[in-house]
Design a protein around this ligand. Structure first.
Ligand SMILES: NC(=O)c1ccc[n+]([C@@H]2O[C@H](COP(=O)([O-])OP(=O)(O)OC[C@H]3O[C@@H](n4cnc5c(N)ncnc54)[C@H](OP(=O)(O)O)[C@@H]3O)[C@@H](O)[C@H]2O)c1
Length: 242
């Protein structure tokens, strides 16, 4: 079996995912960079290796079950372990107001942001269970998935009024809670991380935080001690209201 802890990060070829992989790698883990595009994924892994991280590219399109199964088999055969799963891949697409939403785009958002997470987690759980009680699962959600914040007219992002992205992240929050409930007896912790508004391609780099700041909550939850929380929703400052 591979001697270092192994972390798989989906959508890790750029943005917050790449930075999470870099930071986990800097902590001594082998960082598996999941990416749907081989060229982009290999280039990202090379960048991290040049930065001293044991980084490896894994082809992974979270909407394609064949790549998910192949990735699980490859991790099992090559490394024989998986300690951390970061479900980071996400898309925003449809940014129209609810009455004008594009249903095809809303479906695509759900495929990636919700069903993709469910599929990857199911496929990786047998490996993660072997790393129990130390295994960690982090679902990268958003403050835009909070029902409480979205119903507060004074919230700084209260002007956002879209159906696809926001409801997909609210659904992901519930996926997190249900999974954490099932795994409570195993020691495996499952939490939702809100990166905060971070400059990446997702928002045409309009975010006000750096990717290092955006990665913080996810890295904290991926490296929780055994006394850490499970089934929670956190940004880098602390708990986020559901
Ligand atoms: N940036 C923010 O302000 C912010 C705030 C709250 C939450 N988030 C969340 O943080 C996560 C990372 O977002 P980001 O800001 O870093 O965005 P980003 O720079 O656009 O990165 C998104 C990543 O997801 C990948 N991806 C998209 N669809 C995929 C699929 N079907 N299979 C595999 N990978 C796929 C992308 O790959 P390609 O390069 O191939 O497209 C890319 O690597 C997302 O879940 C997002 O919702 C971001």
């Amino acid at each position: 079996m591979h001697d270092r802890q192994v972390a798989l990060v989906t959508g890790a070829n750029k943005g917050i995912g790449l930075e999470v992989a870099r930071q986990l790698g800097k902590r001594g883990m082998t960082a598996l960079l999941g990416a749907r595009d081989a060229e982009r994924g290999k280039a990202a892994a090379l960048r991290l290796r040049e930065d001293g991280v044991d980084a490896r590219f894994v082809r992974l399109d979270v909407t394609d079950g064949a790549t998910i199964d192949a990735a699980a088999r490859w991790i099992e055969a090559e490394l024989g372990r998986l300690d951390v799963l970061v479900n980071n891949a996400g898309i925003a697409l449809d940014m129209h107001k609810p009455s004008e939403c594009n249903l095809d785009e809303v479906r695509q958002i759900y495929e990636v942001n919700v069903l993709g997470v469910v599929a990857i987690t199911k496929a990786m759980l047998p490996l993660l269970r072997r790393a129990a009680p130390h295994a960690r699962i982090v679902n990268v959600t958003s403050g835009l998935g909070s029902l409480t914040l979205n119903t507060d007219p004074s919230w700084e992002h209260g002007g956002v009024n879209v159906i696809g992205y926001t409801s997909s992240k609210a659904a992901l929050n519930m996926v997190t809670v249900q999974l954490a409930k099932e795994l409570r007896g195993t020691g495996i912790k499952v939490n939702a991380a809100d990166p905060g508004y971070t400059a990446t391609d997702l928002n045409n780099n309009t975010g006000t935080q750096t990717v290092a700041e955006g990665a913080e909550s996810t890295v904290t939850l991926a490296t929780l001690g055994d006394d850490g929380p499970t089934g929670g929703y956190f940004d880098r400052r602390g708990r986020v209201p559901w």
